[in-house]
Design a protein. Structure first.
Length: 159
């Protein structure tokens, strides 16, 4: 069971992935990426939503998971993805539908200074933090801790 801000506690499953090819036959609804810039974890804040999270969002029609990760990171942080690797995915069993969300790890660098999210302006701030401090900003529970641990392990392969 997973706690959400809007719906309380809902069931979900999480699975590790070695490659994005392992989910090529599934409709992925959303992506989130643990992004690292000069050793710091990149987080985004939405004043409208009132919380910090790793960058991410919806997958657009016809878009690949990797393409959605690159686009969302650029839109939300004004950063370029240098390297990325998928970590895994969650199937979230909402009351009216099941959604699939992937998690990835990325090395990123700024295109330039962050001003605001150009796609609707939902992201109002970005922050680069020490990875060990992530729970001060967001807590995705036990599976979130596992994914962060996995992201940090896979990050070493990207460097």
């Amino acid at each position: 069971m997973m706690k959400t801000r809007k719906m309380g506690t809902i069931p979900y499953t999480y699975r590790d992935l070695g490659s994005v090819d392992e989910i090529k036959n599934k409709k992925v609804d959303g992506v989130h990426a643990y992004c690292f810039c000069s050793g710091k974890l990149v987080l985004v804040y939405s004043e409208k939503k009132g919380y910090w999270t790793p960058p991410g969002g919806a997958v657009e029609k016809g878009e690949s998971v990797e393409g959605a990760v690159r686009r969302e990171i650029k839109e939300e942080t004004n950063m370029k993805v240098l390297k990325q690797r998928i970590i895994g995915y969650q199937e979230v069993f909402e009351p009216t539908k099941t959604t699939i969300q992937t998690r990835s790890v990325c090395l990123v660098e700024p295109y330039g200074p962050f001003v605001s999210d150009p796609d609707g302006g939902e992201i109002t701030e970005i922050k680069l933090i020490e990875p060990k401090d992530y729970k001060k900003y967001f807590d995705w529970g036990e599976v979130g801790d596992y994914m962060m641990e996995r992201a940090l392990g896979l990050l070493k392969e990207l460097i």
